[in-house]
Design a protein around this ligand. Structure first.
Ligand code: SF4
Length: 63
């Protein structure tokens, strides 16, 4: 499973980080989230929930 964020459109709400901090983190200077390099969505098991919780729908999960 692959995950990415359309960072331009991220509003930095932190929902993805709250639900799935093994995969997502906030970049404080930008006020945006990013996928932690090397993070493993399958092992973390929370990428889909994070994507569903994103209020602006910018988390893309590919099987
Ligand atoms: S849930 Fe969506 S809008 Fe909120 S920080 Fe994560 S990617 Fe950005």
């Amino acid at each position: 499973m692959k995950v990415s964020i359309d960072q331009e459109a991220c509003i930095g709400c932190g929902a993805c980080v709250a639900l799935c901090d093994a995969v997502f983190r906030l970049i404080d200077e930008l006020g945006k989230a990013e996928v932690i390099p090397g993070a493993d969505c399958d092992a973390a098991g929370c990428c889909k929930e994070a994507a569903e919780s994103c209020p602006v729908g910018v988390i893309i999960v590919e099987e």
